[in-house]
Ligand binder design. Structure first.
Ligand code: FMN
Length: 189
C-alpha cells in the first residue's frame, strides 16, 4: 500500500503535520511519499498510489496559492484517489478552543467553513473527507509588522499573545485518529 501526502506551507506547521501523518502511516507499514507542492522535485507517479491526502494552510483568507494551482492541475487524479483535504488555520484553533465562549467558537467554525468553501470554488475540487486542523502561532518567524498584526488577531480571538514564544495549537490526537480511522481504513478497504 502506498499513500501520497501533498502539502503547502508558509511558516512550516503544515509541513510538520504532513510529516506527522507520514510517520504514523509508516509505523503501520504503509509506504508514504510526502510532496511539498511548491517544490515538487519529481513527477508524481499517480498510478502507484492507493490513497492521497492534501494539506494546506490559510493566509489572509485563502489557502496557499501553490496548492490551489496544484489541485486545479491534478483534480482528476485526486478525485480518482478520493483524496482527503486538511485545512490548517488559526480559525480552527478558535473553533476548538474549550475556553472560548460558544458564540466565538461558532463564529470561528463558520469562518473555517467559509475558507473551505472558497477553496472548493477556486479549485473546482470538493473532497469527500475534509478535516479542519488548528495550526500554530509562530511569532518568532513573523517580521515586526506581521507579529503586531497577528498579536491583535490573537487577542481578538482569545489566542495566546505573548510574542516571546511560539504556540503549536494542532490537536495531534485528532490527527492520529484521522490517520487511523480514515486514511488507514481507506487503504485497507
Ligand atoms: C500573515 C498571516 C495571515 C494569516 N491569515 C489567516 C486567516 O486569514 N485565517 C486563519 O484562520 N488563519 C490565518 N493565519 C494563521 C495560519 O493559518 C496559521 O498560523 C497556520 O498554522 C500557518 O500554517 P503554516 O505554518 O503551514 O504556513 C495567518 C497567519 C499569518 C502569519
Amino acid at each position: 500500500m502506498r499513500i501520497a501526502v501533498f502539502y503547502a506551507t508558509r511558516e512550516g506547521q503544515t509541513a510538520r503535520i504532513a510529516e506527522h501523518i507520514a510517520h504514523e502511516l509508516q509505523t503501520s507499514n504503509v509506504q508514504v511519499d510526502v510532496f511539498d507542492v511548491k517544490d515538487m522535485g519529481r513527477p508524481v507517479d499517480w498510478a502507484s498510489y492507493h490513497a492521497a491526502c492534501v494539506a494546506a494552510s490559510v493566509h489572509l483568507g485563502r489557502h496557499e496559492p501553490e496548492m490551489i494551482t496544484f489541485v486545479k492541475q491534478n483534480r482528476p487524479e485526486l478525485e480518482r484517489l478520493s483524496a482527503m483535504f486538511l485545512s490548517v488555520s488559526l480559525s480552527e484553533a478558535g473553533a476548538e478552543d474549550p475556553a472560548a465562549p460558544p458564540e466565538r467558537r461558532q463564529k470561528a467554525a463558520a469562518d473555517v467553513a467559509g475558507l473551505i468553501e472558497t477553496f472548493v470554488k477556486e479549485t473546482g475540487w470538493r473532497s469527500h473527507h475534509v478535516l479542519p486542523v488548528a495550526g500554530a502561532l509562530t511569532y518568532s518567524r513573523y517580521n515586526f509588522i506581521i507579529r503586531f498584526v497577528m498579536k491583535r488577531i490573537a487577542r481578538a480571538n482569545g489566542a495566546p499573545t505573548d510574542t516571546s514564544r511560539d504556540y503549536e495549537l494542532t490537536d495531534w490526537t485528532t490527527l492520529d485518529r484521522f490517520v487511523r480511522d480514515r486514511l488507514l481504513l481507506t487503504v485497507a478497504s
